[in-house]
Design a protein around this ligand. Structure first.
Ligand code: GLY
Length: 349
């Protein structure tokens, strides 16, 4: 078991990697515990829940709405939750986003923590204090920053993940290597077959290295004023693809990372050979699926939260393993999208 601490100006968070629920029971209050989970997780792991009131939401991205947050707050009130109550989000990325949001706003904020059950949430969503829900087709446009007191990542829970969910998590795992650690990128690429067996030890090592990267970034910039933006690599195009094609988040991010890598080459930031390296690795891992960009993608990006007065802070690569942040004008981005969609449609013919 490994423990990583995120001590930042915005709060402290303890990350427990490779443990089990028994390891976090001492960190929970004796009473006033409310567990927020979803239909899938309660079916699979309901027997492992600590003692507390259980609130269940429908599994899936569609639950990430203000209506769900409001409904949960109503249930908390009816069940007598007060300012001393403690919320434990028990699930994957959707549950962590919703439970974190509820904990941020219920009675102006109550204590909270997560048991993270998917690869996507163990390497990303449960860590770093971002909470959020969607507004129509705009992802995570309503949200807060609030560090969970602790996050437990029990890697043995990854065995029950459906294949598509697992590959979705691989997208976010890859991302950490691609932005910060070339060796991690090569190790994930080389482990693709073994990873499919979901061996907790093999996964645990790669997850630990990814989480160390994320923790270091969040410690430095908990509110994403600057350097934390690198964690959004692949997300600008990825969010559009996720909403338009209704594909899992990490798969959309993988496509988005490739497009962002193309943009890096187009802007002269990265040599073409690095793009090929990335392409081959993601293809071998079964992550690339031929999802074209929809028309109007640039106006969607212009309304995304990463955009500021006519320009967008874009994460590019100078090589695999090194992300850089550049301000791009919306018109420049449109030129690239014209070039990219033309090229993409030719390669589909
Ligand atoms: N998922 C990106 C971040 O936490 O900043």
């Amino acid at each position: 078991m490994n423990r990583i601490r995120i001590n930042s100006t915005e709060g402290k968070s303890l990350l427990v990697l490779g443990g089990t629920v028994n390891d976090i029971v001492p960190l929970l209050p004796g009473r006033g515990l409310f567990i927020i989970t979803d239909t899938n997780v309660s079916r699979l792991y309901g027997n492992s829940f600590p003692v507390g009131e259980v609130l269940i939401v429908e599994a899936g991205e569609r639950s990430k709405t203000m209506e769900t947050v409001e409904g949960l707050c109503r249930k908390l009130l009816e069940a007598g939750a007060d300012r001393s109550s403690f919320i434990l989000g028990f699930g994957g990325g959707v549950v962590c986003d919703i439970a974190g949001m509820v904990a941020s706003v219920y009675m102006r904020g109550v204590r909270h923590a997560f048991v993270s059950t998917t690869l996507l949430s163990q390497v990303d969503a449960s860590i770093g204090g971002k909470t959020g829900v969607n507004l129509g087709e705009y992802k995570n446009i309503i949200g807060t920053f609030r560090q969970p007191e602790f996050v437990l990542c029990d890697h043995s829970m990854l065995r029950t993940l459906p294949e598509e969910e697992f590959r979705s998590g691989l997208g976010e795992l890859f991302k950490h290597g691609i932005i910060r650690d070339r060796n991690l990128f090569f190790d994930i690429s080389a482990s693709a077959e073994i990873l499919a067996e979901r061996d907790p030890a093999v996964l645990g090592d790669l997850i630990l290295r990814a989480v160390r990267i994320k923790a270091a970034v969040v410690r430095r910039d908990p509110l994403e004023k600057g350097p934390r933006r690198i964690l959004n690599f692949g997300h600008t195009f990825g969010h559009v693809l996720e909403t338009y094609h209704r594909i899992p988040h990490g798969l959309a991010v993988a496509q988005g990372m490739l497009i962002a890598a193309e943009l890096s080459v187009w802007k002269g930031e990265m040599p073409h050979a690095e793009l090929r390296l990335l392409q081959v690795a993601l293809e071998n891992a079964g992550m690339i699926g031929g999802y074209p960009l929809p028309s109007g993608v640039v106006s969607m990006i212009a309304r995304d939260k990463k955009s500021e007065s006519g320009s967008v802070n874009f994460v590019l690569l100078s090589s695999v393993g090194k992300a850089v942040i550049r301000k791009l004008s919306i018109t420049g981005l449109q030129e690239f999208v014209n070039y990219y969609t033309e090229k993409d449609s030719q390669s589909q013919q």
